[in-house]
Design a protein around this ligand. Structure first.
Ligand code: C2G
Length: 133
């Protein structure tokens, strides 16, 4: 069984996220998604989520391509996660191109997939804010 992992915030879940998860699952048989906790988002990414971790977890778990959701609490956990979950492939959008190549030293295949260009959580918030003016 080929095990794939990816990481992200997945706030205001949209089809760009789903496109990524669908392609990630296609690279293996079992997909783990590490969702950034509220604390990690705020402390390390300066992101304030609309949905809480539990709400984002609930939404991502409902996606047919996802087999397991775990919390992302630090930048460093990717190495221990790869070992603990016997990960074969790490996948993330190409906005992170090159940032996680160190996982290759763990024998993990590292794949950067093209983002879905026209959609983002930031854009959704901007559009909604404009519409409500
Ligand atoms: N994504 C995408 N297309 C978009 C938006 C997002 O392919 N239009 C991908 C991102 O590249 C990422 C995943 O969907 O692989 C989740 O995106 P975010 O929630 O924005 O995650 P991010 O803030 O990039 O967190 O340790 C890694 C970080 O947790 C990644």
């Amino acid at each position: 069984m080929k095990r794939v992992i990816t990481y992200g915030t997945f706030d205001l879940l949209h089809y760009g996220h789903v496109n990524l998860l669908q392609r990630a699952k296609a690279l293996g048989d079992y997909l783990i998604v590490a969702i950034s906790t509220d604390e990690f988002n705020w402390d390390m990414k300066g992101k304030k989520c609309y949905f809480s971790y539990d709400e984002r977890k609930r939404l991502v778990e409902a996606i047919r391509y996802v087999d397991l959701v775990i919390p992302e609490e630090s930048w460093e956990q990717k190495v221990s996660d790869a070992r603990e979950y016997h990960i074969d492939t790490f996948v993330i959008g190409d906005d992170w191109e090159g940032k996680f190549d160190f996982l290759k030293d763990e024998g993990v295949e590292v794949v950067y997939l093209a983002r879905t260009p026209e959609i983002s959580t930031t854009q959704i918030k901007k559009d909604l804010n404009t519409d409500n003016k």
